[in-house]
Design a protein around this ligand. Structure first.
Ligand code: SF4
Length: 315
């Protein structure tokens, strides 16, 4: 039995996607314990729809319930990539070497632009900003929006600082369509639709290389300004980030946002992959709720980046 004292604070890691939005609403309604705060880590390059959704959540749900939403950041991922003076944490760009070999840059962006500013804020909320040591009896219970269809993510996660302890409330919620396993992503979508939040968007950088073809198509067809922005960025990072180039260490090859390793405006995004077809078949409700595939609706969570799953679907 744990001898750990009760948490000092209960906070939500708010990615503003389906699962974390569900947790915020359930807490605000009193169906889950009251949160002390929610934290949104902003890379500065989210789609407009995410910021609009966040504003609405704050106005209609969080503020009336007395749950402050803290927006934190470690810079602007897009601007930092193009600024030779800025410190930049690498995005998982697809690379084609001069000799034709293919690879992918190691992802450092989630840790830098999402995890790091959340930890800074948590320390501040606890009253022990860096470098003050946090006493062992002071910690936050951090809610993470992982649903039953991805419960293996929760099993793989381990807390790396003693002042944050992860909890996955969706996995223990009664009332899901499948008894005994908590709420699935589909359960969350049903709940959100019934609560007036049927259009909860995916939270991820506009130009995230983990983006699958369905999301690229949606960007091209429905948000042409954001599509143009991604195309421009794709061109600008062809030889790596600006700081590396300025330091005389340009990429040995060329970098791309799309897995096909061709410029984004020429990439085969109209190709419907096997994964996308299978997602369309397996969840009729999600098809009705939103024409995107399940894979393309998942976003970049600070603590359980769903991006890697999309990589297989991105060709
Ligand atoms: S959405 Fe993609 S690019 Fe943005 S932080 Fe997450 S992994 Fe990095």
């Amino acid at each position: 039995m744990s001898t750990r004292p009760n948490p000092t604070l209960r906070i939500l890691s708010l990615g503003a996607g389906v699962q974390s939005t569900t947790l915020l609403l359930l807490s605000a309604e009193g169906r889950l314990p009251k949160l002390d705060a929610a934290i949104f880590a902003d890379t500065g390059w989210e789609p407009r729809s995410v910021y609009e959704h966040l504003n609405r959540l704050e106005r209609e749900v969080a503020e009336p319930a007395g749950i402050p939403i803290h927006r934190v950041n470690s810079g602007n991922i897009r601007a930092d990539a193009l600024n030779p003076e800025a410190r930049f944490a690498q995005m998982p760009l697809y690379v084609r070497g001069h000799g034709g070999g293919q690879g992918m840059l190691r992802r450092a962006c989630t840790a830098e632009y999402k995890v790091k500013p959340i930890k800074v804020k948590v320390r501040e909320l606890l009253g022990y900003p860096h470098p003050k040591p946090v006493p062992t009896d002071r910690y936050v219970e951090q809610w993470i929006g992982i649903s039953s269809d991805e419960s293996s993510r929760a099993a793989r996660m381990s807390d790396d600082v003693q002042y944050m302890r992860s909890q996955f409330p969706l996995l223990f919620l009664p009332g899901g369509a499948k008894p005994g396993v908590g709420w699935s992503r589909s359960d969350c979508i049903r709940f959100l639709a019934a609560s007036g939040f049927q259009s909860t968007p995916k939270s991820a950088c506009i130009g995230c290389p983990y983006t699958g073809n369905a999301r690229w198509r949606k960007l091209r067809d429905e948000r042409p300004d954001e599509w143009a922005d991604a195309i421009k960025f794709d061109e600008q990072i062809r030889h790596g980030n600006a700081r590396a180039i300025a330091n005389g260490t340009p990429l040995e090859g060329e970098a791309f946002l799309h897995r096909s390793r061709v410029p984004l405006d020429q990439a085969p995004i109209d190709r419907v992959t096997a994964h996308e077809w299978s997602s369309r078949q397996t969840d009729v409700f999600e098809q009705v709720a939103d024409a995107e595939t399940e894979a393309d609706q998942r976003g970049c969570s600070p603590w359980a980046c769903r991006g890697e799953d999309e990589e297989d679907d991105a060709a």
